[in-house]
Design a protein around this ligand. Structure first.
Ligand code: PMP
Length: 421
């Protein structure tokens, strides 16, 4: 064939790609920064391996039993016996895999069960399950707002929201984090005619602060915009039914909020993402949304655990109260020790400790890990304002004794790196 003869003509010993055309050159600064950090003798905060998990709040890391205060397992559902039993039963009955896309061959009984559970949980007419929360934002945002339309988003939005904007064809407008006045101003500058989607988060995951959703929604509606709220970090413990910050602030699906995005990877205790809506045409999304159509569906064992967990979260008052007690305990204790925190009060189950530099943050993170505590290091570009954070997230299953130990470890590590006196 022609292709064969062309290949025969190729040199037997091809020249290497010239260094200036090495596609990895653009990562040189990143590689150098990481090498400098690791050469200072610290461990890699982005290379942690959980060797064994002992329960919702403890794991073995490098052979050592460690308290986990840096997971999104807010409601502690990962070891719930009913959730595990549902997953095992589905694994045995349906097998380990899915055959492909939700649209063709990848929808099983438990995908429908999970969507039914979500509809009941949110009092919504539609629920669409995606393979991750990341894909839910990617898919919904890029599909709902098209050419000539607008997406207006908070500057501190999660990467999946930004990526959804990038993937779609709409015009993108950013407003200052949590600034109702800036949102109003920017919406006011846009032409009246085109459709607009305002994207907000209930809890902002880096600092753990809340959006003033009531005011944001009022301004959005004044300018004729639809509203999407990502409630990834609030499901299960904000609002009377645990629907999120929008419910806590007295807003309603349909009337005030058009779409809620969520995830199974946090309070639900497994993996997956979803969008909830009561829009009469919402089901059309299943026919148009590429991150829903062109990827494999979640395995039956995962959606079965999700469905069971969501039903249980509808009646989890005790866990919610415990989670809030834990968040207030840790926030109050770290504040009393003199740490600079992301919020004045315990607004959510995330407590962000602000450090001066990356070196200080990583040194303290390492001191905590060696003492037996795992928290997250968060750094730009994930964090706002170039901040370096040690982020703690609480679980309803953290015991009073664990909290005391967490606080004591923070006191020692904070003093050792000079973050507190
Ligand atoms: N939205 C927000 C606000 C998040 O914090 C996250 C994950 N941290 C996601 C969406 C993505 O969820 P998932 O982990 O299910 O992809």
């Amino acid at each position: 064939t022609d292709a064969g003869s062309a290949a025969d003509a190729l040199p037997a010993d091809p020249a290497p790609v010239a260094p200036e055309r090495d596609l990895f050159s653009k990562f040189d600064a990143l590689i150098a920064e990481r090498e400098a950090l690791l050469s200072s003798g610290v461990r890699d905060p982005f290379g942690i391996v959980m060797e064994r998990v002992l329960g919702p709040t403890t794991a073995v890391i490098r052979g050592r039993e460690t308290i986990l205060a840096g997971t999104y397992n807010y409601m502690g559902m990962t070891f719930d016996p009913d959730v595990i039993a549902a997953g095992k039963a589905a694994l045995e009955t349906f097998g380990s895999g899915t055959n492909g896309s939700r649209m063709l061959n990848g929808t099983f009984r438990d995908h429908v069960e999970a969507e039914e559970a979500l509809k009941a949980f949110y009092g919504a007419t539609s629920a669409m399950v995606f393979s991750t929360g990341y894909q839910a934002n990617l898919g919904i945002i890029s599909t709902i707002a098209g050419r000539g339309e607008y997406v207006i988003l908070d500057a501190d939005s999660h990467a999946s929201i930004y990526d959804g904007c990038k993937m779609g064809d709409a015009e993108i407008v950013r407003f200052r984090h949590n600034s109702v006045a800036d949102l109003d101003k920017r919406l006011g500058r846009l032409p009246t005619e085109p459709g607009k989607l305002v994207v907000l988060e209930g809890v902002y995951s880096m600092m753990g602060d809340l959006a003033p959703l009531r005011e944001m929604v009022a301004v959005s509606r004044k300018h004729g915009a639809m509203v999407l709220v990502d409630e990834a970090h609030s499901m299960g413990f904000f609002g009377r039914h645990g629907r999120g910050v929008y419910e806590e602030q007295g807003l309603e699906l349909g009337r005030d909020v058009d779409f809620v995005i969520g995830t199974f990877s946090k309070s639900v205790g497994t993996v997956g993402g979803f969008c909830i809506s009561s829009h009469p045409k919402f089901e059309a999304m299943r026919l148009a949304c590429r991150p829903y159509i062109f990827t494999a569906s979640l395995p039956p064992s995962v959606v079965a655990t999700a469905a069971t967990s969501i039903r249980k979260l509808m009646d989890a008052q005790g866990k919610r109260e415990q989670l809030w007690r834990n968040a207030r305990h840790l926030h109050g204790s770290l504040k009393a020790l003199g740490f600079r925190l992301g919020t004045e009060a315990a607004d959510s189950a995330i407590v962000a400790v602000i450090l001066d530099t990356q070196e200080q943050a990583v040194a303290m993170w390492q001191a905590l890990l060696e003492a037996g505590l795992y928290v997250n290091v968060a750094r730009p570009p994930a964090t706002p304002a170039g901040l370096f954070l040690l982020r703690c997230s609480l679980c309803a299953e953290h015991t009073a004794d664990q909290l005391e130990r967490i606080v004591a470890m923070f006191a020692d590590a904070g003093r050792s790196v000079g973050a507190i006196n």
